[in-house]
Write a protein that binds this ligand. Structure first.
Ligand code: ATP
Ligand code: MG
Length: 406
């Protein structure tokens, strides 16, 4: 039923030969049953980390998370995580527990996992171990908590976002009791670190069913973006479905939903919120650029379109038009101008000007402020097509201007 790569079979049999139980677990079992190639292969075993290391003596074994029972075996540069069966200790503050206890039983290990579809184990010889009905939920396309959903979400509130993440990436529904629990426990998301939330949100927003998830559980997104009202989240959800699955575009859509309904205020407001949420500087720069560009009036002519492209870049301008279109704003001729910008690639920056600062110094410019102003002036003349972007013409214009000043 399941095609397991030779190396993975070898890892399992090596552990078995050492006298230990070993299974594939978690996401890889789910993915194979769905007919998808898993991103990574996780093994759970009764062997303790030292015992795992002994089974793979002579191989490269990294102690990646030894306190949690995880070592990483490298075979041909491919990492395989091998984790000792474990049970988690008491949960403090609705976050993952600091302590774990190693145990000898697979079933206990499966019980601590989040959702039934993620709580199955598989061994090529003994087949599937499915203690919580994961295979049926997979067929019915359902995300269901293992055990009591209220308890599981209060143990680790990140699971609330994980449920929505899997609903988005797999296109599954959330089983009603699980959904009710995640909605009622959503306030506890404030206990989870921004970094863990950011990781899940990234996968959620870029998933194929992100739009539907936003529309179905807007309350949860309000916990993450308190400036947004439910209406904005729903609006953003509908828009998101029409946007390519790129993080900066989809994150910008969520913020833009707020800008439109007046709940989200300015790009600077969102910049501060995204910083608090610990998004990378690069992501923040892109989202804020998109929001600022989308906040500009549509260009009324070709020169105006060039001006916007010079300020924000051609690709961000194109993305901002996509963003606006997804929210139903008409684009006028802007789409055609973006196509022309991409074809013609006109000069939009100092780098593309046919004269350099050095050329202007040779022609008599004074270094410093005046040089900068001259370059700025030439770029503006080229952008507005009063001058062609040709070296001789630019130098001549520069000399004329100097002459006028003298
Ligand atoms: P992906 O294919 O996106 O990596 P995954 O199911 O492998 O999906 P991971 O975040 O890599 O997801 O987690 C691996 C497994 O560990 C999950 O399948 C689940 O069994 C368990 N797990 C991860 N995070 C939690 C959590 N917060 N609470 C309970 N179990 C978890
Ligand atoms: Mg994984």
């Amino acid at each position: 039923m399941i095609a397991v790569p030779g190396q993975v079979e070898w890892i399992l049999s090596k552990l078995n030969q050492g006298g230990y139980e070993a299974y594939l677990v978690g996401g890889c079992v789910r993915d194979i049953l769905l007919g998808k190639l898993p991103q990574d292969w996780d093994v759970a075993t009764g062997a303790r980390p030292e015992q795992v290391k002994a089974c793979f003596e002579g191989y490269s074994v990294l102690e990646t998370g030894i306190r949690h029972g995880t070592v990483t075996l490298l075979l041909d540069h491919v990492p395989y995580e091998i984790t000792t069966f474990r049970k988690e200790g008491a949960y403090a503050d609705h976050r993952r527990p600091k302590e774990v206890a190693f145990i000898g039983e697979l079933e206990e290990d499966l019980k601590r996992r989040d959702f039934t579809v993620n709580a199955m184990a598989y061994h090529p010889k003994t087949g599937l171990r499915d203690c919580f009905g994961g295979e049926k939920d997979l067929k019915d396309r359902l995300i269901r908590a293992v055990g009591n959903p209220e308890t599981r979400f209060s143990e680790d509130a990140l699971r609330i976002l994980r449920a929505l993440r899997f609903a988005s990436t797999l296109g599954f529904s959330i089983e009603p009791r699980t959904k009710g629990a995640l909605l009622s426990m959503r306030g506890q998301l404030s206990f989870v670190s921004p970094e863990r939330k950011r990781e899940e949100l990234t996968k959620l927003l870029t998933g194929p069913c992100a739009g539907r998830v936003l529309q179905e559980a807007p309350e949860v997104f309000r916990e993450l973006f308190p400036a947004l009202g439910e209406k904005s989240v729903r609006l953003a959800g509908a828009a998101l479905e029409q946007l390519p699955p790129r993080l900066e575009l989809r994150l910008a859509a969520l913020c833009f939903g707020g800008c439109l309904t007046g709940e989200g205020e300015s790009p600077a407001f969102w910049e501060a919120r995204l910083k608090e949420q610990k998004w990378s500087n690069e992501v923040i720069r892109r989202v804020v650029g998109l929001l600022s560009c989308a906040g500009e009036p549509l260009p009324s002519d070709w020169i105006g379109a060039k001006g916007l492209a010079a300020r924000y870049g051609i690709a961000p301008l194109e993305d901002s038009l996509r963003l606006k279109a997804a929210f139903g704003s008409p684009q006028g001729e802007a789409g055609a101008w973006v196509r022309r910008l991409k074809e013609e690639r006109p000069c939009l920056s100092f780098k593309e000007l046919e004269v350099t600062g050095r050329d202007l110094l040779h022609a008599g410019a004074l270094p410093g402020k005046e040089l900068g102003q001259s370059l700025e002036w030439l770029l503006q003349e080229v952008l507005e097509e009063r001058l062609p972007n040709r070296k001789e013409a630019l130098l001549q214009a520069f000399r004329r201007r100097m002459g006028r000043k003298d």
